[in-house]
Design a binder for this molecule. Sequence first.
Ligand code: SDX
Length: 430
Amino acid sequence: MSTETSKITLGDENFELPILVGTEGERAIDISKFRGSTGYITLDDGYANTGATLSGITYIDGEKGVLRYRGYSIEEIAERCDYTETAYLLIYGELPSGDELEEFRRNIRMHSLLHEGMKTIFAGFPPDAHPMAILSSVVGALAIYCPDALEPSNPQHMELAIYRMLAKMPTIAAFSYKQSIGQPFIYPRNDLNYCQNFLRMMFGVPSEEYVADPDFVDALNLLLILHADHGQNCSTSTVRMVGSSTVNLYSSVSAGICALWGALHGGANEACINMLEEIHAAGGRLGKYIDRAKDPNDDYRLMGFGHRVYKNYDPRAKIIKEICHRLMKKHGMENSIFELAQELEEVALSDSYFIERKLYPNVDFYSGIIYSLMGIPKQMFTVLFALGRLPGWIAHWREMHLAPGGMKIHRPRQLYTGSAQRKFVPLIKR
Ligand code: SDX
């Protein structure tokens, strides 16, 4: 990696810092030795200006609305790959050959069942338990039921844990849904592809055959691909942070699921549909909601809008919007919520508040509409996001463990602003 240098003056001392230049010419000041040489630390609340790592997995140009997985544009991947092929690319870095892909899919199929003892975990949850809470709990429990592949430093353990994680997540997700509606679990089948299998486990019943609508299989495949990775986002950074302690993959992913659940992150797809339904139920008058979103004294936000990195239209939102149009046209579906979403987008994008702040629809703005069209309930929307993001979490966890020069535990510093040392006051005197 080519490096330049930069100079910084602190007090009456001058320091030289290496500049690292990325593949696309983006530049970073390497401060890995900054405190040692200057005695200073840097501060960056929310890490908006701080790179956590070098990574070769996903490239995002937020200003141009560009997204690439391992150098391939998201548009091309979405058009020409399926989800398991995309997962292979993200995790191992190259598009698989036919044999490599078939071997990868076979390994996933062979691990899709859960230990029967795990079914009692589901039975212990109340019917109204949120599926994201169930998902993070049961994924964490894989460290109990699959105790023979917990060491990331062991290549065989790493490989087996990756297959198991990819294979069991859809089963756990579908079982979470079945538990919440009081229906029997539908077991995975090895003669179905990843998306057919998931939809059958979600909507099938033991009393009759279930064949997933091919249009919904295609739509799900696309949605999972579009959600598969996105650099150092909150949940992926969580997986890296937790994984950096050398804990197993299941526990790292369980932590990532918790981070994704937040309404400012993956939980925005559920929050966005709730917002659109609320506006629709109130008569569809957008003005009041736009005004609230713009009001600095109101913490109300347009869910599915804005992004830490994209200051242009999220390329994934563009593709998802097209899928909405296609599905509704093909199935003759009317969707007043989709009409309202498009109207909201149009109004917001012509409003100076949103234009000045470069706030555009993000991946969560339209995705919930497709999930609704497929009959997936709102509480499962972020579970679908987690299912999509899983290969990205795994890819980053694996990249971190295999980083040249080894892996360091993540341990940020802080700038202490609390009390200076003071004399202790005994209870009797307080
Ligand atoms: C995802 O990181 C990733 O890559 C995430 C993700 C992925 O694939 O992993 O892309 C998935 O999480 C997408 C984002 C989903 N979240 C939402 O849709 C929730 C609504 N959006 C916002 O809360 C917000 O836009 C964030 C959280 C997404 C980004 O917040 P930032 O980068 O911290 O920006 P900010 O809060 O500092 O906002 C800058 C300004 C502020 O106004 P001012 O203080 O400058 O006056 O823009 C305003 C904000 O008030 N603003 C919004 C807004 N988002 C930002 N105002 C109204 N509605 C919004 N949605």
